[in-house]
Design a protein around this ligand. Structure first.
Ligand code: RP5
Length: 162
C-alpha cells in the first residue's frame, strides 16, 4: 500500500531518535516512508517533498530535527497535511533549542510539537496512528490494543522491585 505517513528528518544523525516513530507505526500497522530532508542543506527537496505530500496520499508528516529546527515549520508552510514535530536532542543545549524552534510557531501555520527525543518520536508515531484511526477502524483497533496491553503491563508488575 502507498505510505500514509511520511517520516522525515534533517539528518541521518536523527535516525536513532526517529526510528522510534517508525517502530510505533510498524506496530500499529500504518504504512510509512522515511527520508532525510534538510531545511538548510536541501531546501529545494524540502519544497518538492512538502508540495507533493497531499497528492501522494500522505495523511500525516512526522518531521524531526535538532538545533535551529526549522524543518517541521517550513514543511507545514507548504502543505495542508498535518505536521507533527519531534525535537531531536542537540549536543550543546540538550534539545531545548529544538523544542523551542518547533513549538514557537507564529500563529497561522500549525505544527503539533511532541516531547524532546525518544518519547516524542514514539508519541509522534502514536499520534499519527490516532489521526489515521479517525477514519480507519483497523488502525483505531490497533491503537486500542496497544493501550490495553500497556495498561495490563503496568497492572502485572505492581511491585517495582520484581
Ligand atoms: C539538524 O541539525 C538535524 O536535524 C540534526 O539534528 C542536526 C545536526 O545534524 P548533523 O550535523 O548531525 O548532520 O539539521
Amino acid at each position: 500500500m502507498a505510505p500514509r505517513v511520511g517520516v522525515i528528518m534533517g539528518s541521518t544523525s536523527d535516525w536513532p531518535v526517529m526510528e522510534h516513530a517508525t517502530q510505533m507505526l510498524e506496530r500499529l500497522g500504518v504504512e510509512f516512508e522515511v527520508k532525510v530532508v534538510s531545511a538548510h542543506r536541501t531546501p529545494d527537496l524540502l519544497f518538492e517533498y512538502a508540495k507533493g505530500a497531499a497528492e501522494r496520499g500522505l495523511e500525516v508528516i512526522i518531521a524531526g530535527a535538532g538545533g535551529a529546527a526549522h524543518l517541521p515549520g517550513m514543511v507545514a508552510s507548504q502543505t495542508p497535511v498535518p505536521v507533527l514535530g519531534v525535537p531531536v536532542e542537540s549536543k550543546s543545549l540538550k534539545g531545548l533549542d529544538s523544542l523551542l524552534s518547533i513549538a514557537q510557531m507564529p500563529g497561522g501555520v500549525a505544527v503539533g510539537t511532541l516531547a524532546i527525543g525518544k518519547a516524542g518520536a514514539k508519541n509522534a508515531g502514536l499520534l499519527a496512528a490516532q489521526i489515521v484511526g479517525t477514519h480507519d477502524a483497523s488502525v483505531r483497533e490497533a491503537v486500542d490494543a496497544f493501550r490495553a496491553e500497556q495498561t495490563q503491563a503496568v497492572l502485572d508488575t505492581p511491585d517495582p522491585r520484581v
